[in-house]
Design a binder for this molecule. Structure first.
Ligand code: HEC
Length: 175
């Protein structure tokens, strides 16, 4: 019982701190899930998908239907599917994809594709150090005085450049 109460307390506290900014990480590690469930048919980082394939679909909901019907997508929640579709748009446009997936205190973690892309981060005017635990992952430490709303992450590769502003969304290519 006591443990249940303290767990609840921690959850409330986490809820309050996160709620303070109202910004949340994405619900899906889209790049890792893609590699695990989709790459066997569509290639590493989407290499076998046709460039510009999204143009074949008249609307976003048509593309959603196709993706939702894929073997690895069965049972995905709507918000998870949204994250995956954003990644697919980036692949279709040959642009780097960025997603924020975790927050542990002041540490933020996420994914980038392709893994060869150069990732930079800033909070307002302050440049933040970016660590890459794995080619497709990035990690930054938010200084105490920095606000989540001010964090901007960019990814640069031969394929172009993508900027993710956490105040807008937890991942790029939302449309
Ligand atoms: C067993 C092989 C297989 C797996 C696994 C698979 N797909 Fe597919 N996918 C296909 C085939 C075959 C097509 C083309 C036929 C069709 O449109 O249904 C396709 C079509 C697509 C298209 C449309 C491409 C275009 O050019 O229009 C997208 C996007 C896509 N898949 C995404 C995914 C995602 C995301 C996953 C993982 C969640 C996935 N697929 C898993 C076989 C697979």
């Amino acid at each position: 019982m006591r443990q249940a109460v303290s767990t609840l307390g921690v959850l409330l506290l986490v809820g309050l701190t996160m709620g303070a900014s109202g910004l949340h990480p994405a619900p899906l590690r889209a790049v890792a899930v893609y590699e695990r469930k989709c790459s066997s048919c569509h290639g590493k980082e989407g290499a076998l998908l046709e460039r510009g394939f999204e143009k074949k679909y008249a609307s976003a909901s048509e593309l959603r239907e196709v993706v939702a019907s894929m073997p690895g997508a069965i049972g995905m929640r709507r918000e998870e599917l949204d994250t995956m579709i954003a990644y697919l748009r980036a692949i279709s446009r040959e642009e780097p994809f960025l997603v924020w997936t975790e927050r542990k205190d002041n540490a933020l973690e996420g994914e980038v594709s392709p893994g060869t892309a150069l990732v930079r981060a800033a909070a307002g005017r302050k440049t933040l150090k970016v660590v890459r635990p794995e080619p497709n992952r990035w990690r930054i430490e938010l200084p105490r005085d920095a606000r989540l709303e001010d964090v901007e992450i960019t990814a640069q590769s031969g394929k172009g450049r993508t900027t993710l502003r956490l105040r807008d969304a937890p991942y790029s290519h939302t449309r």
